[in-house]
Design a protein around this ligand. Structure first.
Ligand SMILES: [Zn+2]
Ligand SMILES: [Zn+2]
Ligand SMILES: [Zn+2]
Length: 128
């Protein structure tokens, strides 16, 4: 293959709003070549970047605690303060009927300390 006559790159980047952090989540690379018949051939490579959870992009969100990015299936928010959380940082509490409730570390501590837990759980059982 000859030297490409033109090369194009695209990058997909995620910007963390709270910090000046940018996550590269993917990109494409296209090389254009002249072939023997004088036509143009294009070869594209798609670069996939796994999210922190191990799944592939698209991203579901960026964790408010550690700024890691996870996919939509793994991403959640704290039940009490609604801060965005990835699987890297959420704490879970299981209800009696096996629902999972997600909390940030601070709210998890609060729930445990103030014995909010019981009222929260019974609320979820009644309305869930
Ligand atoms: Zn995931
Ligand atoms: Zn919270
Ligand atoms: Zn995190």
């Amino acid at each position: 293959m000859n030297r490409p006559i033109r090369t194009e790159f695209t990058e997909t980047k995620l910007h963390v709003p709270w910090e000046s952090i940018v996550h590269l989540t993917g990109g494409t690379e296209t090389h254009h070549y002249l072939n023997e018949e004088g036509g143009i051939e294009s070869h594209t490579t798609v670069h996939l970047q796994p999210m922190h959870c191990g799944h592939l992009a698209p991203a579901g969100g960026t964790c408010s605690q550690c700024y890691r990015t996870s996919c939509p299936q793994c991403f959640t928010a704290c039940l009490l303060c609604h801060c965005p959380l990835g699987p890297c940082c959420f704490r879970t509490i299981h209800t009696a009927n096996d629902e999972e409730l997600f909390f940030c570390a601070a709210c998890y501590g609060k729930v445990k300390r103030r014995k909010l837990f019981r009222s929260l759980i019974s609320g979820f059982i009644r309305f869930g």
